[in-house]
Ligand binder design. Structure first.
Ligand code: 3PY
Ligand code: MG
Length: 253
């Protein structure tokens, strides 16, 4: 019988560090090619990417058809959008700008069916259940969620302990660009103040016991993050890889 399990969550709970490629292009062909090229997890960026839900479904189909898995970064901590992205079958979500305990609790509640939350119900007809094929989904759905909150503001770093204490906020992912902007160092990731703010966030997240995610600051490697205890690293991005390769090829013009 149809039953969707969260492979990504299983990996991180087993102590493995996952690596994902950001998908910015909104192209099912590109994400499919990335999975075949060796990337088992695509991080579909619907915060800064420009895909709507219909395209997102087709991106997910392409990734899954090639044997891969998705994490979707939603545009914002918005219960309406969260409900819809969950209904299309996404189980691993990244949510931007989780700055305090209330925002973390609201995010988790929007993703969980009652009694744990207040996600709206249409399990009998949505893609998440195989359009009704998985009749046990409602009772199991919350356990299969991997909710990743982004720590990317000065307010958030001050509140990491309280955010991490929220049940269901499984992982905290540092966003160095927005964090830098919030401390007056916009686009200056090498500034010592930014490096220190990222380190402070890393230390607090590790001490909290919640899983840590992010991407390397300039000059750092994925391996360095793994050694620091990162369970999720997302550095490469489809459009960036294409643009870099295209610029290289253009040198011969
Ligand atoms: C940030 O750096 O602000 C992020 O959200 C990561 O893309
Ligand atoms: Mg950000």
């Amino acid at each position: 019988m149809f039953k969707r399990e969260n492979w990504v969550k299983k990996q991180v709970l087993a102590g493995r560090t996952i690596k994902a490629m950001w998908s910015q292009t909104g192209s099912p062909t590109v994400v499919e090619a990335a999975v075949y090229a060796g990337w088992p997890i695509m991080l579909i960026d619907n915060e800064h990417g420009y895909t709507g839900l219909e395209t997102t479904i087709n991106l997910i189909r392409a990734v899954e058809c090639a044997g891969g898995h998705v994490i979707v970064r939603v545009p914002w901590n918005d219960p309406v959008y969260l409900k819809r992205i969950l209904d299309i079958g996404v189980q691993s979500l990244m949510i931007p700008m989780i700055n305090n305990k209330d925002q973390a609790e609201a995010a988790v509640a929007a993703c969980r069916y009652p009694p744990g939350g207040w996600r709206g119900y249409a399990a009998g007809v949505v893609r998440a259940t195989g359009y009704g094929a998985d009749q046990g989904y409602g009772k199991r759905a919350s356990d299969e969620l991997l909710i990743i909150g982004q720590i990317e503001h000065l307010e958030a770093t001050a509140n990491i302990d309280a955010i991490a204490a929220v049940d269901g906020m499984d992982m905290l992912f540092i966003g160095p660009n927005d964090l830098a902007g919030s401390i007056g160092k916009f686009e200056d990731l090498n500034d010592p103040a930014v490096v220190a703010a990222v380190e402070e966030a890393e230390n607090k997240i590790r001490a909290s016991g919640k899983m840590l995610g992010g991407f390397p600051l300039p000059g750092k490697t994925d391996e360095e993050l793994e050694k620091k205890g990162y369970r999720f690293v997302a550095r490469h991005c489809d459009i960036w890889l294409f643009r870099t390769a295209a610029a290289e090829a253009a040198k011969s013009l």
